[in-house]
Design a protein around this ligand. Sequence first.
Ligand code: COA
Length: 171
Amino acid sequence: MSTRPILIRPMQADDVPAMLAVQAQCYPPHMNEPADVLLARWQACGDTAWVACDAQGQVAAYLVAYRSVWGKVSPLGQAFAHAAQPEVLYLHDLAIGQALRGQGAAQALVAAARQLAQAQALQGSTLVSVNGSLAFWQRLGWQVMSLEAAGQRALATYADDAVYMGWRPTW
Ligand SMILES: CC(C)(COP(=O)(O)OP(=O)(O)OC[C@H]1O[C@@H](n2cnc3c(N)ncnc32)[C@H](O)[C@@H]1OP(=O)(O)O)[C@@H](O)C(=O)NCCC(=O)NCCS
């Protein structure tokens, strides 16, 4: 196991192939989003996308997000656009490659997102928990939130265990 600190840096366009490999390790095939979608999101919202590198400097994890509003859910595969009057940072996908699991990469990426949310005076952060990650997000302070009908329809594009969650800081 590496003892080096995990390097977190902004995502770049040429990180997409490595991100696809991480994604394939983390989700079943029907939940994998294609390269052109990842690239278009970076072009629209690259200031809220981060990668984590392993000891060899290779991209081994990522977090992609955008500024949004309470109650809005991003359907699987849809483009990102920052809200004109944002309230929250919406974390669309946090994925840690198998080799980097359990070494704090997820917490480091979430910390980068929280720092940005605070710096931009947002009210908090939202996300859709999938893949059995509910307890993970609860440990980090997110709570289950209810959704209106439009949000429920977007939530239905995910797996059956999908849950909408929100976090309000005390800063
Ligand atoms: C869930 C995931 C992001 C956690 O990554 P990780 O590398 O294990 O996270 P970290 O090493 O930063 O650990 C953070 C803490 O959460 C805990 N944790 C990790 N997975 C957990 C889970 N499924 N349930 C509860 N706690 C969990 C860790 O034990 C650790 O606790 P500690 O601080 O007491 O040691 C990772 O397993 C992953 O990428 N899974 C596949 C993709 C996915 O499901 N993403 C979330 C979609 S919403």
